[in-house]
Design a protein. Structure first.
Length: 220
């Protein structure tokens, strides 16, 4: 007699995909290598290969991105990319967001914070105008126990930044950061986050499949 299991699809109920799909049209940072897909038919098999910048779509940066002494993607603790998280809405056009842009009286309830700015659409080119974070905000979040910061724009720094103050503040504070989320329509509140990269050794960034699942209010 064959053994039956619960329908695998039932385990996907309630999850929200907050990743940006990767296609050859996916915008990348000016000068970076765009997403390329090559496919060939070998007998009855389809064989695909891709080439791209590692900073494409929804991706996690590693401190190695900022210098040779930083850890690589495969060395980021998995707990930084799994578990309770909080989505926080920032006002439109906030630029490099500071503590003044947080909801009045708000303090983090979980160590992973995802910033929803609605300032960069899924297919928008990467040009000046999207919102980001300031070193001031990064340090305030770190002081309040935050270890992972995500944002729905291509970078934690504004497009015109040359010093990458937010990047360096995150690295100095030992934090992990995810860029390029898509949070349109996601309500502020508490969720379970999954955002795992492939364990490619020695790289400074990697695309992730990022998912959220609402945590019931009584559990958050």
């Amino acid at each position: 007699m064959s053994k039956s299991f619960p329908d695998d699809e039932s385990f996907g109920d309630g999850w929200i995909d907050i990743s940006r799909p990767l296609t050859i049209q996916t915008p990348v940072w000016p000068g970076d290598r765009g997403f390329e897909l090559r496919q060939e038919k070998i007998g009855d098999l389809l064989v695909s290969a891709v080439a791209t910048t590692c900073h494409v779509g929804t991706h996690v940066d590693a401190p190695l991105h900022l210098g040779p002494t930083g850890i690589a993607v495969h060395e980021i603790p998995l707990g930084r990319l799994l578990g309770p998280a909080e989505v926080v809405r920032l006002p439109a056009g906030c630029g490099a967001a500071g503590c003044r842009d947080l909801p009045l009286g708000w303090v983090p309830r979980h160590p992973k914070i995802l910033l929803r700015t609605d300032s960069h659409g899924v297919d928008s080119p990467i040009v000046d105008g999207f919102s980001a974070t300031s070193a001031e905000l990064v340090n305030w979040l770190a002081d309040h126990g935050v270890s992972t910061l995500g944002i729905d724009t291509p970078s934690v720094d504004v497009f015109t930044s040359t010093e990458l103050e937010a990047h360096h503040a995150l690295a100095r504070r030992g934090m992990t950061w995810i860029e390029g989320l898509t949070l349109e329509g996601v309500e502020a509140g508490c969720y379970t986050l999954m955002a795992l990269p492939m364990p490619v050794c020695g790289i400074d960034a990697a695309p992730v499949r990022a998912l959220l699942k609402k945590i019931p209010p009584e559990s958050s």
